[in-house]
Design a binder for this molecule. Sequence first.
Ligand code: NAD
Ligand code: DAU
Length: 355
Amino acid sequence: MAILVTGGAGFIGSNFVLDWLSLSDETVINLDKLTYAGNVRNLDSLREDARHVFVHGDIADRKVLEELLVTHPIRAIVHFAAESHVDRSILEADAFIQTNVVGTFNLLEAARRHYDALDDKRREAFRFLHISTDEVYGSLTQDALPFSETSPYAPNNPYSASKAASDHLVRAYHHTHGLPVLTTNCSNNYGPYQFPEKLIPLVIHHALTGKTLPIYGDGKQIRDWLYVGDHCTAIRHVLADGRVGETYNVGGWNEKTNVEVVHTLCAILDTLRPRSDGRTYRDQIVHIKDRPGHDRRYAISASKIERELRWKPQESFESGMRKTVQWYLDNQAWVSGVIDGSYRAWISGQYGHQA
Ligand code: NAD
Ligand code: DAU
């Protein structure tokens, strides 16, 4: 049998594919459009590996989907493919609606037709696992309880609204069509292969290249950070043992302000790669204009997945951050490889003279 992974050349997707094939011999069909955020080089170690079949294509392309589902014995779809960067969605949301909403809709339609045509035994085993985000729940006040699976949806930016729409479609395909779906809503991930437009890899890259470290507004916004390897393990648990139709929140119990995150990165870099002038990387921090509609606080209760599926994060914030900084130090060639002209245009458009 095989699993179909969408978006498996992106940050979490490629970590998931590498993880999956290090633990199992089950074939992965990896469908990815290779947008600016997708990078097949992440999967270089699988180049000669027959268990990994890379397909360059769009989840919105029904023909490609139907062909894949007919050609391969797919028993599950793990759906990562998305436009994922909040700041880009604020600037221009078209691709977010197209991929996150229309793309997910097309994938669900293809999955439903495939599922309906399966024999009873294969229908019993089939799963559609949708990877989503804690951002769909909106923003928490300082003293509010963390998001649970029953928190109301209140997305505040075009990215989170498009993910919320996709979550609702997934739910509806279960309720109306009986498609055996599972949804995970995860907090902020960090680790190897994250595109350097997101806070942690951006700060590491800027620090090492002598640029300013841009913090939006007062930097007291809170995110709940989870090492990507722990997210991949959670997804495997949900796929194997999750109850059909359920959602599972995934998080690291690591609430940190953005200032704390940047200070932690600076401290690790000061130790692992001290500046040549003997000063601290903290000197490079600047506070710049805030993100419009910036959510103040996210926090996730991972109690349900811990209780029902016996999942727990293995990395602490400190160990995960150290591993991550070390990975970026060891993989500067990967960073140079993804920083092309369009990346530079994005950085100067987004930060201008501010950073
Ligand atoms: P990413 O931007 O790094 O990767 C997205 C991947 O999807 C890329 O490889 C891209 O080429 C591919 N893709 C985009 N549009 C496509 C299309 N139309 N058809 C096929 N492939 C397409 O994203 P990520 O950070 O790895 O996030 C993966 C998923 O996890 C997303 O659904 C995101 O919403 C969710 N998520 C991310 C985080 C996080 O902190 N990064 C946290 C929770 C949930
Ligand atoms: O919560 C899960 C979400 O986490 C995922 O669904 C998204 O796909 C993922 O991108 C991430 O969204 P965020 O907006 O939280 O991540 P980002 O790394 O862009 O920003 C993290 C925080 O840091 C946020 O409060 C904004 C702030 N920030 C970000 C950048 C890029 C800065 O202060 N300066 C920056 O330059």
